[in-house]
Design a protein around this ligand. Sequence first.
Ligand SMILES: [Zn+2]
Ligand SMILES: [Zn+2]
Length: 239
Amino acid sequence: MLTPFSYFDLLETFPKAGCAVCNLLRRDVTNMLDATLYEFVTDPSIQSKFRASRGLCNEHGWQLVKLGNALGIAVLYEQVIDELLKVVEQAAPNSASPRGFARLFQQNPNAALAAALEPEQPCMACKLQTESETQYISILSQHLADERMQAAYRVSEGLCLEHFRQVLRETNVAEHAKLLINMQSDIWRRLQSELLEFMRKSDFQYVDEAMGAEGNSWQRAVARMGGEHGVFGLRRSTP
Ligand SMILES: [Zn+2]
Ligand SMILES: [Zn+2]
């Protein structure tokens, strides 16, 4: 059986700071947005996707801006605005008299236009991210017994809570799930002791003691619980 690229991606990414899955998702989305901006802004299928999704979501829209290809962004978003204007023009007769589609929204005739302006497709970066996430979670779950994967996991800062829960749900072999829980618990224990050490050294009695690696443990705790910056947007874990 061929080992998928995602396996090697995970091995390489675990030793770096942060949740390996979050980091790979950020990489994949950046690569896709970059390729879109530099190679596909005039591609009709990309333009029609942009029209249908009304551009990118809040999070990915701002990531696109940071990539800095102003002309490429202008070309894509002109298409989106052209689409919105078409929708407004088509809806205009309906908003005057509540007939046909608009009759469904008699209490508020503008609701028909609001519905027509809604994105017809998800943000293309969100879509890619969800597909990549499914792939990484599945590969990680399948390779929990792999020694190289275990070694990489153990030296890492662990998965963020959301991705740990996803791998846990995906893992049906009891022994593998136990391994996963042990590895992640060890990492959480280390982080907890760093937070306690940070709190201790923050006390004025110990202010002379130099702060070590625990100095940014509070930031790492935020990232491990909520995910790396820019990955989940406003997505929340189910309560
Ligand atoms: Zn993550
Ligand atoms: Zn998005």
